[in-house]
Design a protein around this ligand. Structure first.
Ligand code: ATP
Ligand code: ZN
Ligand code: ZN
Length: 659
């Protein structure tokens, strides 16, 4: 007999040469219940059924792999994140097999599991489109029904080369060349299909149940635009039909919430190839929301002692050589243009301009904290594949500020910014967000300034400010700015991606580069510290976020049109004009609809435009100076005196909030 050690340290006797699957089956119900802590909650029958792989001495292996005596074994089920990944990776192989059966000559590149599904990048002999997906899926189901055993084979480099050369798999040969000398090379086979793969995989194709293909798109081989463009087929897979259904429903809801769709339907913004990629045109509705956000945040900042400035979107490249952007941020910048012997670039950040504002006069410690703010427009080169509606653009306006402080003032000032962020989020009704402490990757000397002491101090300040406010946060290595760590406030977009909305950054570097000084109480020059911060972030990303967060139904204070006034018949036109006039003079944004159309039609249109209030005026309302009120979402609120309604609107706007 041999034995293995279970996660809780107990040993289990197993026959010589037992596989991981045998171990899963041998873990008795009582043992699972009593002892094996991570397994305790699961019924025994489910364990063997749900098993997808095993961790043997810390290494993930196939269930069919023999387990050496004395090894530490953990059975990985599809409820574990690694287990779900194995399930999806196996689905990707079945997809590739189906493609080869349906479209002989297809070349396989890379296939993998992703956070919420899987994909395979291939080069098909003829172009594929979304219309081909049902047919491919059908073939995949056939492969599942065949229940083909999945076998791992470790092969020599020569053997692997022979396999893929014979199959004309040129991309696989290239991937094979990337595997370092001395590393184990394995292939996985199921039926006639073979793939170069590290594994692990499910023991047979019959184990797959719930999957769906979702999209066909373009993807460069290895993500490099210099390589050929391949076809990416993506889908998702779950252990059960029920989970798959739930996921697909969520995807559908996300599509409904996508700001690109809402922005088009509600006429917030548009793009045109004549203007350029990633350069949004704000239409009147979007511009109205943006203007409200801008006025709101500027007023808030003025209240808190910020000083607003205007600076140009261009600057001499020299400025960015001083700031270090030229060295560390070059690839995100537009190329320079030359005029009158000056070499100019579009600014990718506003900081250097603000440094020059600081330097425009002698500063004393009494002037600090000095909070220089601007709705600053900037331009960044973002890869065309990354551009996403207003979420990620190339020309954007940041609600930016640079706070110049003494070292003693850093923490207090960071706390002030965090409090401002929280206040703003409350006003906008934003509830789903999390704090991320973005740190450098110490190994990456290219993207981050090399000065360990500086990074550590800046990081400590951010942590202390967060801790003193009792705010939980997650850490992210490699997400810092090149000059220092950041505290980012993250939100989720409708496509399920995390994006940064607000950001606070501590910077000892730029003050050094610009040789900033203030005169201390001792009469001697000292170096200030800079806090960079964006509260609503860029107008582009913030409005995109608001669209998705509210599903386009902006709260009253933000809605591009707040009240629609509709007539029942032509007889009420004069009174309707009067109502509309009163509203507009009281500062509300209105739409007057006196068209000779059916009332139901006019109401529907206003509902589609997501106007918060619809007022209907008929004969009775005209005679009594009242309005019939309908709240967005088809709630009939009855007849009200116009004056009373106006007061109510004012109160609702003053309260702000989400929708
Ligand atoms: P990201 O990591 O999202 O690319 P970043 O870390 O480069 O952003 P910062 O320099 O901190 O961004 O920019 C400040 C703010 O500008 C971010 O918090 C974010 O709200 C916004 N922002 C950054 N890039 C874009 C973009 N391409 N389109 C719209 N908004 C952006
Ligand atoms: Zn694989
Ligand atoms: Zn800055």
């Amino acid at each position: 007999m041999a034995f293995v050690l279970l996660p809780d340290g107990r040993s289990l006797d197993v026959p010589e040469g037992a596989t991981a699957m045998d171990v899963a089956k041998l873990i008795s119900p009582s043992l699972a219940k009593k002892a094996v802590a991570p397994l305790a909650k699961r019924p025994f029958a489910a364990l063997a059924k749900k098993a997808v792989a095993a961790e043997v001495d810390g290494r993930l292996v196939d269930l069919t792999a023999p387990v050496p005596s004395g090894a530490k074994v953990r059975i990985v089920t599809w409820d574990d994140p690694e287990g779900l990944e194995v399930l999806r990776h196996t689905t990707a192989h079945v997809l590739a097999q189906a493609l080869l059966r349906l479209y002989p000559g297809t070349k396989l590149a890379v296939g993998a599991a992703t956070e919420d599904g899987f994909f395979y990048d291939v080069e098909p002999p003829t172009p594929l489109s979304a219309e081909d997906l049902p047919r491919i899926e059908e073939e995949m189901r056939r492969i599942v029904a065949e229940d083909l055993p999945i076998r791992r084979r470790e092969v020599s480099r020569e053997e692997a080369e022979a396999i893929f050369r014979e199959r004309g798999e040129t991309y696989k040969l290239e991937l094979l060349r990337d595997i370092p000398e001395g590393e184990t090379i394995s292939v996985y086979e199921q039926g006639e299909f073979v793939d170069l793969c590290r594994g692990p995989h499910l023991p047979s194709t019959g184990r797959l149940k719930a999957f769906k293909l979702l999209s066909v798109s373009g993807a460069y081989f290895r993500g490099d635009p210099k390589n050929p463009m391949l076809t990416r087929i993506a889908g998702t897979a779950f252990p059960t039909e029920e989970e798959l259904k739930r996921h697909l429903k969520r995807l559908e809801e996300m599509r409904e919430r996508d700001h690109r769709k809402l922005g088009r339907e509600l006429k917030y913004f548009t793009f045109s190839p004549e203007v350029g990629q990633g350069l949004p045109l704000w239409l009147p509705n979007g511009a109205t929301v943006r203007r409200i956000v801008e006025r709101y945040i500027v007023d808030k900042e003025l209240e808190r002692g910020y000083l607003h400035v205007y600076t140009p979107v261009l600057a001499n490249t020299e400025l960015y050589k001083i700031s270090g952007h030229w060295d560390h941020y070059h690839e995100n910048m537009y190329p320079p243009m030359v005029i009158d012997h000056e070499e100019l670039v579009l600014r990718p950040m506003n900081c250097p301009h603000h440094m020059m504002i600081y330097k425009s006069e002698t500063r004393s410690y009494r002037d600090l904290p000095l909070r220089i703010a601007e709705l600053g427009m900037m331009f960044r080169y973002e890869a065309s594949g990354a551009l996403t509606g207003l979420h990620r653009v190339r020309g954007m306006t940041l609600n930016d500020a640079h706070i110049f402080v003494t070292p003693e003032q850093i923490e207090e000032e960071i706390r002030g910014v965090i409090e401002l962020i929280l206040e703003v989020y409350r006003d906008f009704g934003i509830k789903d967000y999390w704090f991320r402490l973005s740190l450098r990757d110490p190994a990456d000397k290219e993207s981050f300034v090399d000065n360990d002491a500086m990074w550590e101090i800046a990081e400590a300040h951010l942590r202390r400010a967060l801790d003193s406010l009792g705010i939980p946060y997650r850490e992210a290595v490699g997400e810092a700015a090149f000059y220092g760590p950041k505290l980012d406030v993250q939100v989720q977009t409708a496509t399920g991606k995390d994006e940064t909305l607000s950001t606070v950054q501590v910077d000892f570097y730029l003050p050094e580069r610009f040789a900033l000084e203030y005169v201390g109480p001792d009469g001697a020059p000292h170096r200030p510290v800079v806090i960079h911060r964006g509260v609503v972030g860029t107008m582009e990303r913030f409005v995109a976020f608001l669209l998705e967060y509210t599903k386009g139904a902006m709260p009253l204070w933000l809605a591009p049109i707040q009240v629609a006034v509709l007539t029942l018949t032509d007889a009420e036109i004069p009174y309707a004009r009067e109502v509309d006039d009163r509203l507009r003079r009281a500062g509300f944004r209105t739409k007057l609809d006196v068209r000779n159309e059916k009332l139901g039609y006019k109401i529907r249109e206003a509902e589609v435009e997501k106007i918060p209030y619809i007022l209907v005026v008929g004969k009775k309302e005209a005679e009594t100076g009242t309005v019939a009120v309908r709240r967005r979402g088809r709630v009939d609120e009855g007849v009200h005196a116009l004056d009373a309604f106006l007061e109510r609107l004012k109160a609702e706007v003053a309260a702000r909030g989400g929708s």
